[in-house]
Write a protein that binds this ligand. Structure first.
Ligand SMILES: [Zn+2]
Length: 440
């Protein structure tokens, strides 16, 4: 059972939802040539990429040989769900659970902040793990926001083809997979992560998975994202395959693996053969890309315009000339909002590119002013608010001579009583000072 995200939560998710720009996160991709020791803190975090000729021509090497060139760390064998644990999602397809055709995105919560975990049947919401060795305190990732952001963006890039949201803030409600990302590693050096293997995602949508990476462990953002993605994918029933460029390869082979759209032989024995037979019917292995598409559906492109509302001032509100006030704008959309513009009599006059959306108006001139706000989401959909008409009255003056219609002779529609000389927006010129910004 899954409770669909309500609009306010989707908004929260959207606000946290930083999509990767193609090529941007990749710019940070690198490999470390020096021998790696998991948990070592001295190595540079953003290492130089390994040039193509420096990568081995064959991966047919022992783990020791791979490790000698900085590769070959393993990701731990995933743990089958204990048979006594109930499969809560069995037959749940038509009762509101996520699935193909369901527009609600699935959620991967990359937890960089550390947590104290207890042992038991997985519950991301309650910080319960069925990898019993990891009960107890799990250390935070460390580093700064830039490092976490690079990893998060690399994870987003790996999962961009699927109806999946990747966040680094715990969702307020609903189900989500939580990947604990930090240096706490009970398995020792060389092991990069571990997860339960939940065939067809039947046990729970809220597994807890682990990537033993930290800010200064020397692995590139791409490799850290590969570990995170592999461990999360184990919790959807994907298993290890014999292909270094697939995210499900158990050995760190460097580069920037993806979920490959091919049947690739499974290594180490299969726990979920039925799941793989869907797309590789002759038993030739696992097609990670197709399995993820079947489980979650493709990424959904948002074509809806943002819903924009000016919440202050109110329509019809009166001000005295010379007043200062704030225009507060509320924007709702399924995708991140890239900008909000303030329109004065239909003409854009101010731009805001960061939440919270709003504009500071100072020394407003007498007259009738029609305000609107327009917002654009990252898919280019634009929404415009209803009009808010303000009456600004001269104090003890000769009120009543405004043109009211919002159309000056210059055609730019100032609609105010300053005479129109010197350009249409003299009252706007002072707006660009200290703006109304309550930065988070
Ligand atoms: Zn694995």
């Amino acid at each position: 059972m899954t409770v669909p995200l309500d609009p306010s939560e989707r908004r929260l998710l959207a606000s946290r939802w930083r999509r990767v720009a193609p090529g941007r996160a990749r710019g940070l991709v690198g490999l470390v040539l020096a021998p790696l020791v998991v948990g070592a803190s001295a190595s540079a975090w953003a290492a130089e990429p390994v040039l193509a000729h420096a990568r081995p021509e064959t991966w047919d090497m022992t783990r020791q040989e791979l490790q000698a060139i900085g590769l070959g760390q393993s990701r731990g064998d995933p743990r089958p769900v204990p048979p006594e644990y109930p499969r809560r999602n069995l037959g749940a397809d038509d009762d509101g659970s996520h699935g193909p055709g369901d527009p609600d995105p699935w959620v991967i919560f990359v937890n960089f902040d550390g947590e104290t975990l207890t042992s038991g049947m997985d519950s991301a919401q309650q910080n319960i793990t069925q990898i019993f060795e990891l009960a107890g305190p799990f250390e935070a990732y460390g580093g700064d926001a830039t490092q976490r952001d690079a990893v998060l963006q690399a994870v987003m890039a790996d999962w961009a083809a699927y109806n999946m949201v990747v966040v680094d803030q715990r969702p307020a409600e609903g189900e989500y997979v939580m990947n604990m990302t930090g240096p706490t590693n009970p398995f020792g050096g060389g092991v990069l992560g571990i997860a339960p293997v939940d065939c067809s995602n039947l046990q729970t949508h809220s597994n807890v998975t682990f990537a033993f990476h930290s800010a200064n462990d020397g692995f590139s953002a791409a490799i850290q994202a590969t570990t995170i993605g592999q461990e999360v994918a184990h919790s959807f029933g994907l298993e290890h395959v014999d292909e270094p460029n697939d995210i499900m390869n158990p050995y760190n082979a460097g580069g920037d693996p993806t979920f490959i759209d091919e049947c690739i032989p499974i290594v180490g024995g299969s726990v979920c053969p039925q799941q793989h037979l869907q797309h590789c019917p002759d038993g030739t292995g696992q097609n990670a890309h197709q399995e993820l598409l079947t489980l979650f559906g493709p990424a959904i492109v948002d074509t809806d315009p943002p819903v924009v509302l000016i919440t202050a001032p109110l329509d019809g509100q009166e001000f005295e000339a010379g007043s200062d006030f704030s225009v507060v704008v509320n924007v709702t959309d399924d995708s991140p909002i890239t900008q909000v513009e303030l329109l004065h009599d239909g003409v854009p006059v101010m731009l805001d590119t960061m939440e919270p959306w709003g504009f500071a108006i100072t020394n407003v001139p007498a007259g009738t002013h029609v305000l609107q706000a327009s917002a654009v989401d990252e898919n280019g959909n634009e929404g415009v608010s209803a009009q808010v008409t303000l009456e600004v009255i001269e104090i003890g003056g000769t009120e009543g001579e405004t043109d009211g219609a919002g159309q000056d002779e210059d055609g730019k529609g100032c609609g105010c009583r300053h005479g129109g000389a010197g350009g249409p927006w003299p009252w706007m010129l002072v707006l660009l000072g200290p703006a109304l910004r309550r930065r988070r």
